[in-house]
Write a protein that binds this ligand. Structure first.
Ligand SMILES: O=C(O)CCC(=O)C(=O)O
Ligand SMILES: [Fe+2]
Length: 469
């Protein structure tokens, strides 16, 4: 009889574990590489009557009961109202039946037509123009979650940082046998990248939403069954990309009420500096101040450069940071950029070399031979430059600085430097060669044109203002 010692059996268990770990690791690797990790996301938010619990101090999101109002031909005043969660033992049941009687049979898109076919979709719908609802997916953080979870892997082409969730329809799937066979939503425009479905709390069983992508599927079961451990009313939601096939399985009991939203790429935080169509730049407190300065004939009559060091850090010498600027400017940086741009001055974000510990940064003005401060300003934001040029004692520092793609400008600075980032790496030659680094600060450089002296009051010559970058 074969005898297996403890150590032999331990080592065969170990090797099985190793094999198993390798298999699972491989599967996980393939899954993440296939971008299947994030084709859909969803969640649940409990509903509490906040008016009855105004001191809810928990940081967990809580939804209020949802009031739905709709056009109803046979109601007093033509408007009916229903509050979710529905009290099925009270007036709720009648209200729900009234709602259903005011909906129309839902169609689906087939070859560009709206088709009604109960073998494909058995549901009823209400268009958004016929109802209003006080549920807002932005308030509960659902849109922020979608923005961070789904937007980064959405199809390329639109490089925005924001999402617009546009209410589309309300759907009711009722027992017996409300369902919607597997389909892909028809995108409403080029900028649509997905759909959001929100389930309002209303008793039902079945009606699971199954979302599929590349052989994987996720099932959202928003119903309540005897076995379900859901005891409190919930707002439940799911979002998925437009190319995901999805279906609603049969509702076997009750009524499943959902709101659907189309998800679009939209300008968001990080896109808006100098490009915020909803903001009137003239209303910024800084606008009037700058305009007054520019209107004064004594302000920089010979023109020149104004410099405003960026208040916030933007990783301005990395490829990502450079790409994101100027859209990502925020706070006072955003205001400064927008105001000067709106006043038709040339505005650019440029790196300013910090020469404090490097050399005096002095040059001499030929005319009055007084020392004047000139700054070394990079022509464009760029990644750090590396050079094997170096200098020892007595070496002209310009020899090294010539490697930077910059120019010497005299700037009238309005703020102090902040947030240094690596700008140049060079050698130094002393007793032994060493490496040293120069840092840059991102600054908004504004070109103020020379006054047109022939004009009364010394107005800035608009025609002389250069184009905006
Ligand atoms: O109500 C749902 O769960 C999804 C409905 C749907 O897929 C649609 O309206 O296109
Ligand atoms: Fe759909």
């Amino acid at each position: 009889m074969a005898h297996v010692s403890d150590s032999e059996s331990a080592s065969s268990t170990d090797s099985h574990n190793d094999w198993y770990t390798e298999q699972v690791t491989h599967e996980l690797m393939m899954f993440i590489a296939a971008k299947s990790a994030t084709f859909t996301c969803g969640g649940a938010i409990p509903i509490k009557d906040i008016e009855q619990d105004p001191m809810n101090l928990s940081s967990d999101p809580v939804a209020s009961p949802v009031a739905l109002r709709w056009d109803s031909a046979d109601s007093n005043g033509g408007i009916a109202k229903l509050v979710f969660p529905i009290d099925a033992t009270g007036d709720g049941k009648d209200g729900l039946l009234k709602l259903i009687s005011d909906t129309q049979p839902a169609s689906f898109g087939y070859k560009g037509e709206h088709v009604q076919d109960e073998s494909y979709r058995k549901a009823s719908k209400m268009d958004r123009s016929s109802f209003s609802v006080d549920f807002c997916p932005y308030e509960l953080g659902i849109v922020d979650t979608i923005t961070q979870m789904l937007l980064p892997n959405a199809r390329r082409g639109y490089d925005t940082h924001g999402v617009k969730a546009e209410l589309y329809k309300m759907n009711v799937y009722s027992a017996p046998s409300g369902f919607f066979k597997a389909h892909v939503d028809t995108p409403r425009s080029d900028t649509q990248f997905g759909s959001l479905v929100v389930s309002l709390p209303c008793y039902h069983q079945g009606g699971q939403l199954v979302v599929r992508h590349a052989k994987h599927s996720v099932t959202f079961d928003w119903g309540r069954s005897e076995l379900s451990n859901k005891t409190e009313p919930l707002i439940q939601w799911a979002a998925f990309y437009s190319d995901c096939e999805h279906e609603v399985l049969e509702v076997t009991e009750g009524h499943r009420v959902t709101l659907t939203y189309n998800l679009y790429y939209a300008l968001g935080v990080g896109d808006l500096a100098g490009n915020s169509p909803v903001m009137d730049v003239k209303m910024l407190p800084l606008y009037k101040k700058v305009q007054e300065a520019l209107d004064s004939p004594n302000f920089m009559p010979n023109g020149g450069y104004l410099g405003i060091y960026c208040e916030h850090a933007y990783a301005h010498s990395t490829a990502e940071g450079i790409n994101a600027l100027p859209g990502i400017l925020k706070g006072s940086d955003m205001a400064v950029f927008a105001v000067f741009q709106a006043l038709h001055l040339k505005v650019a974000i440029r790196p300013v070399f910090d020469l404090d510990d490097f050399e005096l940064g002095m040059n001499y003005d030929d005319e009055d031979s007084e020392p004047r401060q000139w700054d070394l300003i990079g022509m464009n934001l760029s990644q750090p430059c590396f050079t094997d040029r170096g200098g020892g004692d007595g070496e002209d520092p310009e020899y090294i600085l010539a490697e930077a793609n910059g120019e010497r400008l005299q700037i009238c600075w309005l703020t102090q430097p902040k947030n240094p980032s690596l700008g140049m790496v060079h050698l130094t030659y002393g007793n032994q060669p060493e490496i040293d680094a120069l840092y840059t600060h991102a600054a908004i450089i504004v070109t103020v044109p020379k006054r047109n002296s022939s004009k009364a009051g010394g107005e800035v010559d608009m025609a002389a203002r250069p184009d905006i970058d």
